[in-house]
Design a protein around this ligand. Sequence first.
Ligand code: MG
Length: 257
Amino acid sequence: MIIIKTKEEIEILREGGKRLAGVLYKLKDMVKPGVSTKDLDLYAEKLIREMGDTPAFLNYRPAGATTAFPASLCVSVNDEVVHGIPNKKKFLKEGDIVSLDLGLRHKGLFTDMAITIGVGKVNSASQKIMDITERALQVGIDAAHGGNTVGDIGYAVESFVRVQKAKYGIVEVLSGHGVGRAIHEDPYVPNFGKAGRGEKLFPGMVVAIEPMLNMGTKDVTIDEDGYTFRTADGKKSAHFEHTILITEGKPEILTKI
Ligand code: MG
């Protein structure tokens, strides 16, 4: 069921999104060679709790999962696409790219955001896939006008990615989603598709758009931990996400400072 948020809910989501973006940008400054992925997670949790809010992913059990997610932050390094589990023995290295994906609950309502960051100095192919993925997210947001459909978002993202010189794989088995009263709500927001198809976007809907691009195949595998998605060919992957409010015209990015 698609939920249209009330004015009061939108105000709360706006504040939650601002807080979430603030936390992620602080984490960004902490990304350096030698930092463990668990250090990032603990810092995220600390910052969220200090504001009186709740980390949305900690102990969250998605439909079909046998265990709850054991951390506040998803930390996905290099060939890990999304949902990497932080580990105190896993340290970031110069040249890695790392996706930080975080959900926050503020006054009962959820926002969701992700960024991918280079660790120290990264090679040009790594920088490029991060840049293109971030731009693909913006292209998707630009297509998310009220009256358009989720297919228009997917079509815009896919068309943009297909004209790049590098032949990136667009992950298809994972998608963006509605968000707000729950961390995952209807509709699905795929990063590929046909213009005009799928659920219509109405003002007051809140959705997370989150393209995931791979340097090679679009195919992914899932680790034995039941959470970590990684590229089937071991090549790197990048991921960016914003929570946005659908309006009559240009959408409003909620996860911004
Ligand atoms: Mg999400």
